[in-house]
Design a binder for this molecule. Structure first.
Ligand code: FAD
Length: 394
């Protein structure tokens, strides 16, 4: 039997490619291979509804076995890909899966605290198992210390407060999210969390996380010591592509791909693991955004079906929900060197504020909104049109 299409990574990106291939008329063998034992599930609720207890974990399911069987998508779960060559993927149990075409959708893994840390009380948040474990920890009570003021850390802090815990966020930069969005937008997040009773400590690196009399001691460079029942480390994620060294695709910045996800002759990559060339720009970027994974899946499926994509790639889009605030971001904040307030929130409040981010030439490269979905939608469409015009050959 022909190896057909093998998709490694049975989560959002991999599932969406498989579904789009079948919807587009692909009749060959189609296998979806995943390290986790679960069927594909959604990650954003893990730091939101699952963590606050609003949703049972089962509600994150993205599909069912019946749907997969009906679509003729074979699943190989609990199977970790450890190596690959031109013909086959090797699994941890020694099994080999021949492929005609390989799709890499192995996502990213949460970075671990680089030093020693007590087991059981120091958490990461990437998988459903992590989410369920952390929810149980929040239910057991605080104090909770969050290491890292990125989106995951801040959402965990909000969930901690929703569970009534004493919460501290420690961020080495001058504000949460400063490295991604700059200090002006970062300061809005500091105010938001302080207003909800979170202690936000900034500009101080952590030097150690240690066991201390049945609790965890978090030591800061300025001598401060925080005592916590549980610690969550949210210091970013790294692409899961070490297993691709046999094809030379194990670059630490992610699997390098062209603007349609092609990484090799018979290899495509997408989602959090992949660094795609950016339309209208020369660089390749790895976005860790839900919508990018979904948009890229449509493009990769079209390529596998030998078709043009239905629409050009839209600028990257991201959202985050913290307390009652919905934050939205579109574009490339990494290219920005200046931030301007396009619309101020009512009565000078952060809520409602819309920011435009520009590159050194003054071109708008991103827009961010603090709970202003209507204005954001208009600006997102504008950025989308500009980006489509920039890549359309004249
Ligand atoms: C807690 C959390 C909250 C988030 N919230 C938001 C949000 O609010 N907004 C937003 O835009 N984005 C959010 N994201 C990001 C979004 O979920 C990701 O962009 C999306 O999941 C990427 O999908 P993916 O399929 O590329 O990767 P993943 O979802 O990471 O899936 C990769 C899969 O591959 C499997 N795998 C890895 N290595 C191997 C291997 N060697 N062999 C076999 N299988 C393997 C993994 O087990 C995993 O199931 C959040 C992410 C997390 C973790």
């Amino acid at each position: 039997m022909s190896g057909g299409t093998v998709i490694v990574g049975a989560s959002l990106a991999g599932l969406r490619v498989a579904e789009a291939l079948r919807a587009g008329g692909y009749t060959g063998r189609l296998r979806l291979v995943g390290e986790e034992h679960h069927l594909p599930y959604d990650r954003p609720p893990l730091s939101k509804q699952v963590l606050t207890g609003e949703w049972h974990a089962a509600r994150t399911a993205l599909t069912t076995s019946a749907k997969l069987t009906e679509a003729g998508i074979e699943t190989v779960l609990g199977a970790r890909a450890v190596a690959v060559d031109d013909e086959a993927v090797t699994l941890a149990d020694g099994g080999r899966l021949d492929y005609d075409r390989l799709v890499v959708a192995t996502g990213a893994a949460a970075r671990t605290w680089p030093g020693a840390a007590p087991e059981g009380r120091v958490h990461r948040l990437r998988t459903l198992a992590d989410g369920v474990r952390l929810r149980a920890a929040l239910e057991a009570g605080g104090p909770l210390v969050v290491v890292g003021g990125g989106f995951i850390g801040l959402e965990v802090a909000a969930a901690g407060r929703a569970s009534g815990l004493d919460v501290t966020v420690v961020e080495a930069a001058s504000t949460p999210l400063e490295p991604v969005l700059g200090p002006a937008i970062g300061a809005c997040f500091t105010r938001l969390h302080r207003a909800h009773g979170v202690r936000v400590l900034t500009g101080v690196p952590i030097t150690a996380i240690e066991e201390s009399a049945g609790a965890v001691a978090v030591r800061l460079a300025d001598g401060t010591e925080l005592s916590a029942a549980h610690v969550v480390v949210g210091i970013g994620a790294e692409p899961n592509n070490a297993w691709l060294s046999g094809l030379g695709l194990d670059d630490a910045a992610g699997v390098p791909c062209d603007a349609r996800g092609r990484a090799g002759d018979r290899v495509w990559a997408l989602g959090d693991v992949a660094a795609w060339e950016q339309p209208g720009h020369r660089d390749a970027v790895r976005h860790e955004h839900w919508t990018s994974a979904v948009d890229q899946a449509a493009v990769v499926a079209a390529a596998l079906l030998g078709r043009e994509p239905a629409r050009p790639m839209a600028p990257p889009y991201f959202w985050s929900t913290q307390y009652e605030v919905n934050f939205q971001l579109v574009g490339r904040p990494d290219l920005a060197t200046s931030v301007e307030v396009l619309e101020a929130g009512e009565d000078g409040a952060d809520r409602g504020t819309v920011f435009a981010l520009a590159d050194p030439a003054g071109r708008r490269v991103a827009v961010a909104a603090f709970h202003n979905p209507r204005r954001f939608l208009r600006l997102r469409r504008e950025l989308q049109e500009e980006s489509a015009a920039a890549v359309t050959p004249s």
